[in-house]
Design a protein around this ligand. Structure first.
Ligand code: NAI
Ligand code: MG
Length: 360
């Protein structure tokens, strides 16, 4: 298989972890006989410094032509005082919109060796394995109007939760497709007792479910889902929800497994390249110290192999290598207990690559 991957390292530790992710792809290419080619572009603060804009048109074009996009992270204190439309984060939001990556997938998996990193007790989190499918390009974060106004002489404000039917359909269908190759269960999360948008969401979910007779659909109110994520996270397998509910629930869920440095994500489009990135930011506090955990970026590459290239065996191979390295006791600083020794970013990458190559 021959694929071109657009790499946008971005700022801070984005650069450090992306380097590891690219090395992992190269190793997978060699072991499984695929040809991965890499093209590099600017985004975020680095792009502002060099091109005067957080998302240069050359980056957009390069990403549009690639088979998949790998991103590190953007931002940092250097650019914090810029006006909102010029900030590094605008580059990332612009890219998501440009690529129309409407489906944000955030898997939440339990690692036996990291059981002590979670604030929850073992019996709650043991064998947790679910995926949140969050709508990423619509809803309250994009609806218009979103503004302040005077209302009968008093300052007032409005945000708009707007969805078109096709936007609901495509994200819910994505969840069912994923459920079909997992455990055939979908939990659709909404607030249908209050919101009209949620009532339509339920309707669409029921409609889509008819095309997937072997997948069970359940509806859950978002407040109940927030509680259940802590009370019985093992209940969940595939969770699908709109943008804001997904934002909140996925941050809540990230604490089930411990470190931010462990969580990958994929943002899928219907056609055209999808976007893969760790969920963490540019971590200015540790940037340049070779201390970042590269695993979230490396697991994002596993998601790329699975979802963009349909290379399930290769994806599993990468995930297993990560698990093996953790089980062997290797840690980066964020995962180490006080006093425990840990590996640099560079050494952790080397351990994972060695395991990938040795086990192929
Ligand atoms: P952050 O995720 O960069 O860092 C939060 C904390 O987690 C820090 O203490 C950091 O050292 C630690 N951390 C994060 N990733 C880590 C890793 N891989 N290994 C070890 N430790 C890790 O979030 P923060 O500090 O709120 O934001 C820093 C900058 O990143 C800001 O400019 C923010 O806007 C940007 N950001 C960018 C994102 C993106 O590009 N997708 C997402 C979140 C924040
Ligand atoms: Mg969030």
């Amino acid at each position: 298989m021959k694929k071109t991957i657009a790499v946008l390292p971005g700022d801070g530790i984005g650069k450090e972890v992306t380097k590891g992710a690219v090395e992992v792809l190269k190793a997978v290419g060699q072991c499984f006989n695929h040809q991965f080619e890499f093209v590099y572009g600017l985004i975020g603060g680095g792009a502002i410094d060099q091109e005067g804009t957080p998302l240069p048109s050359s980056t957009k074009q390069m990403c549009g032509k690639a088979d998949a996009v790998l991103l590190g992270a953007v931002g940092g204190p250097k650019w914090d005082s810029l006006p909102p439309h010029m900030r590094p984060e605008k580059g990332l939001l612009g890219l998501r919109k440009e690529l129309d990556v409407y489906a944000n997938l955030r898997p939440v998996s339990f690692y036996e060796s990291l059981v002590d990193s979670s604030p929850l007790k073992r019996e709650y989190i043991e064998n947790v394995d679910f995926i949140i499918v969050r709508e990423l390009t619509g809803g309250l974060y994009f609806g218009k109007p979103s503004e302040r106004a005077q209302h009968n002489g008093e300052e007032s404000v409005v945000d708009t939760l707007f969805y078109k039917r096709h936007e609901m359909k495509r994200i819910i269908k994505t969840a069912f497709d994923i459920a079909s190759i997992r455990n055939k269960r979908v939990t659709s999360v909404d607030k249908a007792n209050v919101l009209e948008s949620s009532r339509m969401w339920r309707e669409v979910a029921e409609e889509i479910a008819k095309d997937y007779p072997d997948v069970a659909l359940e509806h859950m109110l978002v407040d109940a889902a927030a509680m259940k994520l802590i009370q019985n996270p093992k209940h969940f397998d595939v969770v699908v929800t709109e943008n804001m509910f997904g934002d909140i629930l996925s941050d809540e869920a990230s604490m089930l497994t411990g470190s931010l440095g462990m969580l990958p994500s994929a943002s899928l489009s219907l056609e055209g390249p999808s976007l893969y990135e760790p969920i963490h930011g540019s971590a200015p506090d540790i940037a340049g110290t070779d201390k970042a955990n590269p695993i979230a970026a490396i697991l994002s590459v596993a998601m790329m192999l699975r979802y963009s290239f349909q290379l399930e065996e290769e994806a599993k191979h990468v995930e297993q290598a990560v698990e093996q390295v953790l089980s062997a006791g290797f840690r980066t600083a964020d995962l180490a207990k006080p006093g425990q020794s840990y590996l640099s970013t560079t050494k952790m990458i080397e351990e994972i690559i060695d395991t990938i190559v040795d086990d192929a």
